[in-house]
Design a protein around this ligand. Structure first.
Ligand code: AHG
Ligand code: MN
Ligand code: MN
Length: 361
């Protein structure tokens, strides 16, 4: 790689970070991650130009989840696909935007990696110029010599070789784990060519927090353990938690997770009863599993309420799942609310005295 490549410093940092790993496996991982990182530089370019690059508005199509695709969803998807096609270690990839995985024309049989990605997370925020992101996950291609099919992607999150996200905010950042802790790279645009520069190398999520994030407009559809947890937080120092909490909702998971990485917190997109056939809003493979690996590698915890997210074996590429992740102490508490049926009884008692029912004067 030459000095004008945006990934030359990233590659050097990864070389040091992966010291001791099998040299062939480390080289393959570096090359795959650099291919992702190069695509994300281009996505950042287009995202930052926005309407000037004709990247705003609807694309006029829907994806497998029935959601309308934005122009930037498809531009980002194309940029990732083009970059991965050029990487000799990527056998196939799967995107939120396509029902089926795509097998690499040139490297389908020999590549050692499968890449899964959400090319543009937080699409509803694009035109409002609020932070958006890309989420990615690298899985092993276990049957080398054969082109992979969808079944080869059905691996639980704990099989991920690496996972990360790129946040396109006031700064463009890449947060990455290769299962050796969590690294942060900033995209430095001051030189002739942009460069990913290592800025933090051991991110730890605060164990304690007074901040949570949930889309409260769905409150009437939540199950009791979530009702109880949120009601107790909102009750603040006059409730059973005896301390005040703060609430946030960006509607870009990448931005929410990054806030948790920097100052702790809890992110919840729980199961709800809006559409009983859908167990959650977020996608296990492109959103929940990569974020769960990052959060656990930073000392946090990620669950669906009853199981660790990294233990879930996907049934389908686009399976949805409840997501509850962040600072460990709070996630432990939420899991205990799911585990103990009596907790739901005490929630009912609490409810009669909480903010939802104002005491009679
Ligand atoms: P995407 O833009 O890839 O469809 O993902 C959006 C996700 C996630 O980023 C965010 O946390 C959540 O959907 C927002 O949901 P609401 O629309 O319910 O706020
Ligand atoms: Mn998303
Ligand atoms: Mn998306």
């Amino acid at each position: 790689m030459n000095n004008t490549s945006p990934t030359s410093l990233l590659d050097e940092a990864l070389q040091r970070h992966l010291a001791g790993m099998d040299p062939d496996a480390a080289l393959a991982l570096r090359e795959t991650l650099c291919a992702v990182a190069r695509a994300c530089v281009r996505i950042s370019d287009v995202a930052s130009l926005g309407v000037l690059a004709d990247a705003h508005g609807l694309a006029g199509a829907s994806h497998v989840h029935g959601e309308e695709q934005k122009r930037l969803d498809l531009i980002a998807d194309d940029l990732m696909a083009a970059s991965l096609e050029g990487c000799r270690h990527v056998a196939a990839w799967a995107s939120e935007e396509h029902e089926q995985p795509h097998v690499s024309h040139a490297h389908g049989a020999q590549g050692s990696h499968l890449v899964v990605f959400d090319p543009l997370d937080g699409s509803s925020n694009i035109e409002a110029n609020i932070s958006i992101g890309t989420i990615f996950s690298v899985l092993p291609h276990r049957y080398r010599g054969m082109a992979p099919g969808a079944a080869d992607f059905m691996q639980p999150g704990h099989q991920q070789i690496a996972a990360g996200y790129v946040l396109y905010g006031p700064a463009t950042l890449m947060v990455l784990t290769c299962r050796r802790g969590v690294l942060v790279f900033g995209l430095d645009r001051r030189g002739d060519a942009p460069q990913w520069v290592l800025t933090y190398d051991n991110v730890r999520i605060a164990e304690h927090t007074r901040e949570f994030a949930i889309n409260a407009s769905n409150q009437r559809f939540w199950e009791k353990p979530i009702q109880r947890y949120v009601a107790e937080c909102v009750a603040g120092d006059s409730g059973p938690r005896m301390k005040d909490f703060n609430m946030r909702w960006v509607a870009s998971m990448v931005a929410e997770v990054h806030r948790i990485m920097t100052r702790g917190g809890v992110f919840l997109y729980p199961r709800d009863t809006r559409e009983p056939r859908k167990p959650g809003r977020l996608r296990l493979m492109v959103e929940a599993a990569p974020m769960a690996l990052l959060v656990e590698q930073a000392g946090g915890r990620a669950t669906n309420g009853t199981s660790e997210l990294l233990d879930l074996v996907p049934d389908t590429l686009h399976q949805r799942v409840p997501v509850i992740l962040g600072s460990k102490d709070e996630i432990d508490r939420i899991v205990s609310y799911h585990a103990d049926p009596s907790e739901n009884v005490s929630w009912q008692l609490f409810k009669t005295r909480s903010l939802f029912v104002q005491p009679q004067a």
